[in-house]
Design a binder for this molecule. Sequence first.
Ligand code: ITT
Length: 191
Amino acid sequence: MFPRGRLVFFVTCNIHKFNEARRVLAEYKVAVAMLKIKAVEIQDDKLESIAKAGATDAVKKCGLPVFVEDAGLFIEALNGFPGPYSSYVYRTIGTKGILKLMENVDKRDAYFQSAVAFSGPKETPKCFQGKAKGKISMEECGSSGFGFDPIFEPSGGHKRTFAEMTPIEKNEYSHRAEALRKFAKWYTSAR
Ligand code: ITT
């Protein structure tokens, strides 16, 4: 099924992120296991730096080939807010708070960004990025996915939010799937 040596560990506590990654990596015959350890999450305005620091820390802790993924929602009318602070903002004001901030705002362009940092023992971390452009919807729609999925309509997605899509459809448009495909291509060829 999976070629020898094609097993990586995804350090995350988010089962939705893990399930999305599992499907994408299976396209490349890479198996992935979820590793629920607490990797350091530095404060930085670049997702790449946060993910790389997390991967370095996680390898130190477990000695396995791991990747960490850091993602954020960047809303243009809010100068990129919440960006790298998406996790905190989701836990505090949530999707309803974002819709409130966007009341009476016509320009609703936004994007999700993902940074996947891979590191093995004795390797420096390597980072792969993905971006999904779209818009903040006027109201919450859909019930699948997680986080800000119910308020984000990806471009080309026929005005459906990520939460109105199946996981397979979300992976056709998502920032995370794009970053993971770049990682998988490198992992299965260049090494
Ligand atoms: P980790 O354990 O992997 O760190 P996390 O849930 O904290 O999981 P991130 O820091 O990468 O994940 O993401 C920050 C927040 O951004 C996350 O809590 C969601 O609210 C939001 N987010 C990230 N990716 C998303 C996606 O694909 N769809 C909806 N919301 C997303």
